[in-house]
Design a binder for this molecule. Structure first.
Ligand SMILES: Nc1ncnc2c1ncn2[C@@H]1O[C@H](COP(=O)(O)OP(=O)(O)OP(=O)(O)O)[C@@H](O)[C@H]1O
Ligand SMILES: [Mg+2]
Length: 162
C-alpha cells in the first residue's frame, strides 16, 4: 500500500519536471534490471530517494543538510552535492526573463542550509507545522542549493517533514 503511494508521488512530482512515464513502464523498470526507459528510471530513482529519506528520518528523528544531499544524490543517481560554480538562475522558460538569482558560493549555501536545518529541527518554537512546512519549502527553493533537482528534492522534504 505504502509502496504504491510512494510510486504515485514519485511519478507526479517528476511529471512537474517534465519526466513523464506510466505505471506500466514504472513496474517494468522496477522489475527488470537494465530496462531501457530513461523517464521511468528517473522516477524509480526518485522513489528510491524518497524511501531512503523516509528511513533516515525514522532512524534519526531529524532532517539534516547531509541527509538532504544524500537524498538529492539518489534522485540524480550521482554524487553531485551543493553548487560550487556561479550561474544558476530561476527564469521564465518562455521569455528567458530572470525571475530570481539564488545565493552563490558553497560556503554561503552551506551556512544558509545550516540555518534552515536548525529551523526544520526546532520543534518547540510554537509555530504551526503546516506554516513551518510552507516556510521550509520557500526557504529551500530560495537557497536552491543544487544545480538541478531542487524542485524534486524540496518536494521530498515536504513529504518527510513532520
Ligand atoms: N519562476 C519561478 N517561480 C517560483 N519558483 C520557481 C520558479 N522557477 C523555478 N522555481 C523553483 O525551482 C524549482 C525548480 O528547480 P530545479 O530545476 O533545480 O528542480 P527540478 O527538480 O529539476 O525541477 P522541478 O521542480 O520541475 O521538479 C521549482 O520546483 C520551483 O520550486
Ligand atoms: Mg530541473
Amino acid at each position: 500500500m505504502i509502496n504504491a503511494v510512494i510510486i504515485n508521488e514519485a511519478k507526479d512530482s517528476s511529471a512537474i519536471e517534465n519526466i513523464i512515464t506510466t505505471h506500466d513502464e514504472l513496474y517494468k523498470a522496477m522489475s527488470q534490471a537494465g530496462y531501457k526507459n530513461p523517464a521511468a528510471k528517473e522516477v524509480v530513482s526518485y522513489r528510491t530517494a524518497l524511501w531512503h529519506g523516509y528511513q533516515l528520518v525514522q532512524e534519526r528523528e531529524m532532517l539534516t543538510t547531509n541527509m538532504i544531499i544524500d537524498i538529492h544524490s539518489l534522485i540524480e543517481n550521482k554524487q553531485v552535492g551543493i553548487r560550487k560554480l556561479p550561474g544558476t538562475v530561476l527564469k521564465n522558460e518562455a521569455t528567458g526573463e530572470v525571475i530570481y538569482t539564488p545565493p552563490g558560493g558553497e560556503q554561503e549555501i552551506l551556512s544558509l542550509m545550516a540555518n534552515l536545518e536548525g529551523y526544520i529541527n526546532e520543534d518547540l518554537d510554537g509555530v504551526d507545522p503546516l506554516v513551518k512546512l510552507a516556510v521550509i519549502h520557500y526557504q529551500f527553493e530560495s537557497i536552491h542549493p543544487f544545480y538541478d533537482g531542487n524542485g524534486r528534492t524540496g518536494r521530498i522534504i515536504n513529504v518527510l517533514y513532520r
